[in-house]
Ligand binder design. Structure first.
Ligand code: HEC
Length: 152
């Protein structure tokens, strides 16, 4: 077997392995909760880092904004699979996450679209576009939290 065939087989083997491993991470509710809250925390942290630029309190550094936005874009698809059934207790997720699954899904989609828009804006290097796109992301975070996160 040549090297590239071996590589392909190895990659395929890893892929089939990684699927049950990924699910195993959510087999206990507390793990699923920790995972989704951690992803939210990272998103909030990196979204927070670009806010001084948006508000004009820090100079616009295109690459720094892009780096933060790419972390958000990487995180954006991750929390949702961790809202496993039976993992409401001990978290700040509202029961509506499960009873209004379609609404929760729609809020995720709206959010992911807004993040895609922010990525395009960050790549453009146009601060005005970044401001508009960032506001859309903030709205999408807020819209979902209003419906689906327990108020503290
Ligand atoms: C589609 C819904 C949805 C979107 C979009 C969303 N969140 Fe959340 N977020 C939640 C829910 C539900 C929780 C509660 C999770 C839990 O306690 O298990 C949460 C929790 C959090 C937390 C608390 C984490 C912790 O440690 O308890 C932070 C911070 C947060 N979100 C920030 C954000 C930011 C910033 C964005 C946008 C960039 C965002 N979220 C987008 C639904 C969403």
């Amino acid at each position: 077997m040549n090297k590239s065939v071996i590589k392909t087989l190895l990659a395929a083997a890893l892929l089939t392995l990684s699927i049950p491993v990924a699910y195993a991470q959510f087999d206990r509710p507390e793990r699923a909760i920790k995972y989704r809250q951690s992803v939210m925390t990272i998103m909030a942290n990196h979204f927070g880092r670009i806010q001084p630029v948006i508000k004009g309190a820090a100079p616009y550094d295109k690459d720094a904004v892009k780096a933060n936005v790419s972390v958000i874009a990487m995180m954006a698809p991750l929390p949702w699979a961790a809202f496993t059934s039976g993992s409401e207790k001990g978290s700040n997720a509202m029961p509506d996450v499960w009873s209004d699954a379609a609404g929760f899904k729609a809020a995720q989609q709206k959010f992911q679209e807004s993040v895609a828009g922010l990525s395009v804006a960050a790549d453009s290097g146009d601060l005005e576009k970044v401001k508009v796109a960032s506001a859309a992301v903030a709205d999408a975070c807020k819209a979902c939290h209003e419906k689906f996160q327990v108020k503290r």
